[in-house]
Design a protein around this ligand. Structure first.
Ligand code: ATP
Ligand code: MG
Length: 364
């Protein structure tokens, strides 16, 4: 059993503070994804867990052990990097077994572990090939295989797919998910790609500037973002944010128009409060073209700026209260620039944030 606990973990480089006392509990066998923009401290956090980076303050535990002062090789974790280097002159079998050989494992153990890893990863037929004779995805699987053979307590991945093209990335994403179902080991996975985070994670950790903004299941962070940062970082295209003010039970948008306050938030807003209304493109559609059942509809006439047909749906750019907004049209209908249409907002799925702090007004 090996969960991972971070308690008040800090990292400073001289006067630069890049990780500010983060707390995180990762359960045994959990798949946790650290996501956030470039420079927010994801790799630094992962490298501190691996022991490749000293921690400036706080405590890291793997299982029951405090590992603050343990060297990487004593932590029993495996790290898979974005730039994996396979030994070009060795075949797949030897690449997989090399780490165990160096560690002095008996031949029979090595053979068995390699066989097992190759089977899990679908490499059994490729054991005699050299890396040059493999596709990019197969090479990536060998790199993961080298981690698997060690039977670690946890896998750490740092953007393992970012060098692959989009199609292969999608395939490998599915493979990593399958791998986790088979091997059932604790995983900490770093990416700046929110789709990777949504699809892989049991829980997502959204980071910004060395702080954790929110921890939750993919659906929690998507449906209940803690603040405007998470709201726009998770979900694609991003949530629309419209500044406004509470007036007589309505949100008076900065451009003059008003929409009702979502019913579930009615008791949480005071008259005169400056707010930001958040609504996803999927929750704004031309009337009759998509939303299905809407519990709290708000209708508004909008002019299409441009539309991007994507097959069974179109992404529409329009403006509400002077702000550019993206909306979705479901179905094959094509609309063009300048078209004026009635749109419907599904307000039951809209969010309100405090304009000053950016924090959600939802009960948390
Ligand atoms: N050795 C170092 N010395 C000084 N600052 C560093 C060092 N390593 C990283 N940093 C800084 O720490 C911050 C966090 O870096 P980190 O590599 O953890 O970011 P990241 O979230 O992994 O970003 P990316 O998505 O670009 O990989 C950055 O501002 C970076 O410039
Ligand atoms: Mg990084």
């Amino acid at each position: 059993m090996a969960g991972i606990t971070l308690a008040g973990v800090e990292k400073h480089y001289g006067r630069m503070r890049v990780v500010h006392g983060i707390d995180l509990d990762i359960a045994h066998e959990e798949f946790v994804v650290l996501v956030g923009p470039s420079g927010c401290g994801k790799s630094t956090t992962l490298r501190m867990i691996a022991g490749l980076e000293e921690i400036t303050g706080g405590e890291i535990r793997i299982g029951e052990r405090v590992v603050n002062d343990l060297p990487p090789r004593k932590r029993n974790i495996s790290m898979v990097f974005q730039n994996y280097a396979l030994y070009p002159h060795m075949n797949v079998r030897d690449n997989l077994g090399f780490g165990l050989k160096i560690a002095g494992q008996p031949q029979a153990v090595i053979a068995e572990r390699v066989r097992e890893a190759a089977e899990i990863l679908g490499l059994s037929e490729l054991l005699d090939r050299t890396p040059a004779e493999l596709s990019g995805g197969q090479r990536q699987r060998v790199a993961m295989g080298r981690a698997i053979v060690r039977h670690p307590d946890a896998f750490l991945f740092d953007e393992p797919l970012s060098n692959l093209d989009a199609k292969l990335r999608g395939q490998m994403r599915a493979e990593i998910k399958k791998l986790h179902q088979k091997v059932k080991t604790t995983v900490v996975y770093v990416t700046h790609d929110q789709i990777e985070a949504m699809t892989l994670a049991d829980r997502i950790v959204v980071m910004r500037d060395g702080y954790i903004e929110q921890v939750g299941t993919p659906m929690e962070v998507f449906n209940h973002p803690a603040n405007t940062f998470v709201a726009t970082f998770i979900g694609s295209p991003p949530m629309n944010l419209l500044p406004g003010r509470i007036e007589g039970g309505q949100v008076r948008l900065a451009g003059g128009e008003a929409v009702p306050v979502p019913a579930r938030l009615a008791a949480r807003v005071a008259e005169g409060l400056e707010v930001v209304l958040g609504i996803r493109p999927d929750d704004i559609s031309p009337v009759g073209h998509g939303l299905g059942e809407v519990a709290e509809p708000a209708d508004i006439t909008l002019t299409v700026s441009i539309a991007e047909p994507l097959g069974m749906e179109s992404l529409i750019y329009t403006t509400i209260a002077g702000q550019e907004v993206q909306a979705k049209l479901y179905g094959p209908r094509i609309v063009g620039p300048g078209e004026v249409l009635p749109f419907r907002l599904a307000l039951e799925r809209a969010h309100l944030f405090d304009a000053e702090t950016g924090d959600t007004l939802e009960a948390r």
